[in-house]
Design a protein around this ligand. Structure first.
Ligand code: SAM
Ligand code: SF4
Length: 369
């Protein structure tokens, strides 16, 4: 069974809303400036994570609607040269499902050697592609992994691919894409007991682990607060095996709160001043939102601007580009779209469901997480 892909409202391509600046970067009405571009290269995926995709998949976009490497590079160029974009992350769907991901990375990096380009992936296929991605100029990689237990992985991702993901992570490290970052989403009663195990594994391999609170962006609309594992609960789980100390230094708008990880019981003769085993990040998008510091702008796989993960509106960019628009036209439309960015996602952090929150029509894989 496939599920219909609810599409958000498309905002008309009229002139910039009143008050929108014409010269500055991607400013919004709330004083934030977006510099971090998340661009989805494909909506399709080879896993079906329960918190993201429906079991039957979604109606995939036809190939002709996806952006080509040249179109992606043009959009990135507009972002960098005219709008102050300083960072690019390629996501999906599953970016490695695109056979030309290496071409995309190479095209962008050749045009913008100074721009850090990272990819978020489930890691399947990295064993044969990590070296080519590094060669193409990929700066960093985030690999999503929620369980080290094959049966739990299968239940969560609805595919029996744990071994491929583990091998992919090793291949990324071997290809010098280090430090490899690992993203994990915990679900109550499914994999939350694995938090300390995941952290031990990541520390042993030199990977930087970040836990992400599950957000209500699943296609099945099955998210509940009761099943969501909060940042507080994650810290408590980790405290059964480790001692977490706030990582020194400014957070600077980064979504992950960083903790230094120490052994739970200091070994004899050692004290609190000892070097940590490593760090762990916790991204508390729901219970400790960081919307006020958000620096993100998003482009969906079919080339639409989304000002926020939780937007109910999108603005077409790719059709304008394909119709022969100038870079100035594209920049103007992008600026206008970002000016309308909502102040926050509408979920409160008191533990009660906010009446202001309405789940976006698109689910995570179709937005580009
Ligand atoms: N397929 C790639 C992957 O899984 O890394 C890239 C796309 S995926 C949508 C990007 C990230 O979003 C993954 O780390 C995934 O765990 C996360 N994600 C997906 N659905 C989520 C949800 N409902 N809440 C929080 N994170 C979610
Ligand atoms: Fe695919 Fe990533 Fe969504 Fe899992 S989280 S279904 S790997 S897009």
């Amino acid at each position: 069974m496939s599920v219909s892909l609810g599409l958000p409202r498309l905002r008309s391509a009229g002139p910039a809303p009143s008050g929108a600046p014409t010269g500055a970067g991607l400013m919004d009405r709330h004083g934030r400036r977006a510099t971090d571009l998340r661009l989805s290269v494909i909506d399709k995926c080879n896993l079906r994570c329960t918190y993201c995709m429906p079991a039957g998949g979604l109606p995939w976009l036809p190939a002709a609607q996806l952006m080509t490497p040249a179109e992606i590079t043009r959009i990135v160029t507009v972002g960098v040269h005219r709008l102050g974009v300083t960072e690019l992350r390629l996501t999906g769907g599953e970016p490695l499902v695109r056979p030309d991901l290496e071409d995309i990375v190479a095209a962008v990096r050749t045009t913008h050697p100074e721009l850090p380009v990272s990819v978020t992936t489930n890691g399947i296929g990295l064993t044969t592609r990590a070296a080519a991605l590094a060669e193409a100029g990929l700066t960093r990689i985030n690999i999503s992994l929620d369980s080290l237990d094959a049966a739990t992985f299968r239940a969560l991702a609805r595919r029996d691919r744990l071994a491929d993901v583990l091998a992919g992570a090793e291949a990324a490290a071997a290809a010098a894409l280090a430090p490899v970052k690992i993203n994990a989403v915990l679900m109550a009663g499914v994999n939350d007991h694995e938090a300390p195990e995941l952290l031990s594994w990541a520390l042993d391999h030199g990977f930087a682990l970040r836990f992400i609170e599950q957000m209500p962006l699943d296609a099945d609309h099955g998210w509940t607060r009761a099943d969501m594992v909060t940042a507080d609960q994650i810290r408590n789980r980790l405290a059964t095996r480790f001692r977490l100390v706030p990582h020194p230094g400014p957070r600077e708008g980064a979504p992950a709160e960083l903790w230094d990880v120490h052994p739970r019981t200091p070994t004899a003769g050692t004290g609190a001043g000892d070097a940590p085993l490593g760090t762990v990040g916790i991204i508390a998008s729901v219970t400790e939102p960081f919307c006020a510091d958000c620096k993100r702008t998003r482009i969906t796989a079919e080339g639409r601007i989304r000002s926020c993960l939780f937007s109910h509106e999108e603005v077409e960019l790719l059709p304008l580009l394909r119709a022969g628009a100038t870079d100035a036209n594209l920049a103007e439309r992008w600026r206008a779209a970002m000016w309308a960015k909502p102040a926050a996602h509408g979920m409160d952090h008191t533990g009660l469901d906010s009446p202001d929150y309405v789940q976006p029509e698109r689910s995570m894989s179709a937005i580009g997480g």
